[in-house]
Ligand binder design. Structure first.
Ligand code: HEC
Ligand code: HEC
Ligand code: HEC
Ligand code: HEC
Ligand code: HEC
Ligand code: HEC
Ligand code: HEC
Length: 268
């Protein structure tokens, strides 16, 4: 038997992958939400799937989770708007997946997605973040040790806790788990008041300890280095001899970068 040929002249088996792709794309358009948002350019997104479940809309969640639905109007994510016949898919279900089985069963386990265990649902819209959590040093979100929700509030107000409005709140967020950096210190490092994220990436980094810069560059952003006839001067002290020992915060120099109880130059 000769393989059936389409008008293009390609054997059917060669067409198959394309056909399947077309079917897949066709099916996907049925469940895609069109997001319109002032600040974001991604337009088409595929919501998470739960086998056998259908989208029921955020209203259906009110009955049992009114503690969460009440504040949701203020949430950054409540600005996600869906248009057209599949408008129900935005809202709670854009992160939790279609809720029909969950609602019908009265909230039975394993009928709805919890992003704490499935951070992938965030990556469908924030794809760049997946890469960040795969960098050599990262907060262990993909390992399941902490969740996006520990640092972000999906249900109420600004998604970034503290937002850009208050650095104190940002630091408070980090202190919840990193108590050693809280102080109070006899000798503070003023840089810490600028916020932990001045020096650290919150998600992941190619550098050790989630640092934005690998070496002295992170410090020289604020502490200017001057080349003089006597050598390299930083903070009015000649550092020429020190710089060969290692970077600023190693080699017994400024090891107490977050603040010190004993040394004004943040040595210990
Ligand atoms: C008929 C009541 C009811 C409705 C309606 C309902 N839920 Fe639930 N939901 C529950 C119960 C009960 C639990 C389990 C609570 C627990 O274990 O503490 C739950 C748990 C959850 C969880 C956590 C699941 C987990 O595995 O950690 C999520 C997420 C959730 N609901 C989302 C939703 C969403 C989204 C909607 C609307 C589409 C919704 N619920 C509608 C009753 C309901
Ligand atoms: C932007 C994504 C997002 C949206 C939208 C969203 N949630 Fe959640 N939801 C989460 C995350 C993340 C968690 C896990 C929080 C954590 O790590 O403790 C969660 C947890 C929950 C839980 C489990 C109980 C809890 O407090 O941990 C329930 C119930 C729930 N959500 C209901 C809702 C309802 C109802 C809506 C709509 C009003 C909604 N969610 C909208 C991301 C979202
Ligand atoms: C359906 C797509 C979608 C999903 C799913 C989603 N987000 Fe978002 N997220 C957005 C959009 C769009 C914005 C921008 C909203 C705005 O600017 O008001 C946003 C904003 C944010 C912001 C605030 C950005 C800022 O600049 O203030 C954070 C943080 C965030 N999302 C985290 C999450 C987390 C964590 C999850 C998973 C629990 C999640 N998102 C799931 C679409 C999504
Ligand atoms: C350890 C705390 C922490 C965890 C865990 C975390 N984030 Fe963030 N995230 C932050 C902070 C802090 C910012 C503010 C941006 C900054 O200061 O650089 C931020 C910013 C964002 C933004 C908006 C700004 C941008 O860079 O686009 C998005 C979106 C976001 N996070 C998504 C996520 C997602 C998705 C997860 C989970 C997979 C997650 N985050 C887990 C702390 C965290
Ligand atoms: C919910 C708890 C939690 C919050 C909130 C949190 N972290 Fe973390 N952080 C962790 C965990 C867990 C690790 C991994 C520690 C390990 O692997 O031993 C970590 C690791 C780190 C590391 C790397 C330490 C090392 O030894 O490599 C830095 C730096 C860091 N966090 C900074 C921050 C900053 C800055 C914030 C605020 C934006 C923050 N963390 C918020 C839990 C948290
Ligand atoms: C001026 C820059 C700077 C600021 C601001 C800063 N850090 Fe750091 N942090 C560092 C450096 C540099 C290291 C690495 C020190 C080392 O390798 O010995 C570090 C290491 C860490 C570690 C790992 C500690 C360990 O023992 O391995 C944690 C956790 C941490 N920082 C949390 C924070 C928190 C929380 C804040 C905000 C309160 C913060 N950092 C602000 C520069 C900074
Ligand atoms: C965001 C800006 C900023 C960054 C980044 C920064 N610092 Fe500072 N640092 C300051 C300010 C402001 C002071 C207080 C004024 C001063 O003494 O110059 C200070 C003070 C110091 C002091 C005490 C000065 C003295 O009298 O000996 C040391 C040591 C120091 N920083 C080391 C570091 C190291 C090491 C790094 C890199 C890990 C770093 N700084 C990164 C802003 C910064």
């Amino acid at each position: 038997m000769t393989p059936a040929r389409l008008r293009t002249g390609l054997p059917v088996w060669l067409r198959l992958p394309r056909r399947r792709f077309w079917l897949g794309a066709g099916a996907a358009t049925l469940s895609v939400i069109a997001i319109s948002c002032a600040t974001v350019d991604h337009a088409l997104l595929a919501p998470p799937q739960i086998p056998g479940a259908k989208f029921v809309g955020s209203k259906a969640c009110e009955e049992c989770h009114d503690n969460l639905t009440r504040g949701f109007v203020t949430a950054d994510h409540a600005r996600l708007q869906a248009r057209g016949t599949n408008a129900l898919e935005a809202g709670c279900e854009s992160c939790h997946g279609p809720g029909s089985l969950h609602v019908e069963s009265g909230g039975e386990r394993r009928t709805i997605i919890n992003p704490r265990r499935s951070p992938e649902v965030c990556f469908q819209c924030h794809l760049d973040k997946q890469g960040q959590f795969n960098l050599p040093t990262h907060h262990p979100v993909l390992e399941g040790r902490i969740g996006c929700g520990d640092c972000h509030d999906p249900h109420k107000g600004r998604a970034i806790k503290g937002g850009a409005t208050s650095l104190t709140t940002e630091n408070e967020l980090c202190f919840q788990c990193h108590t050693a950096q809280r102080g109070p210190f006899v000798f503070e490092h003023e840089a810490v008041r600028e916020g932990c994220t001045t020096c650290h990436q919150p998600h992941g980094s190619v550098n050790a300890k989630l640092l934005r810069e690998r070496n002295a560059n992170g410090c020289l952003k604020c502490h200017f280095q001057m080349q003089t006839s006597a050598g390299i001067v930083i903070g009015s002290i000649n550092h020429t001899a020190f710089l060969s020992h290692g970077t600023c915060y190693s080699a017994g120099c400024h090891e107490a970068v977050h603040g010190s109880q004993v040394n004004p130059h943040l040595r210990f």
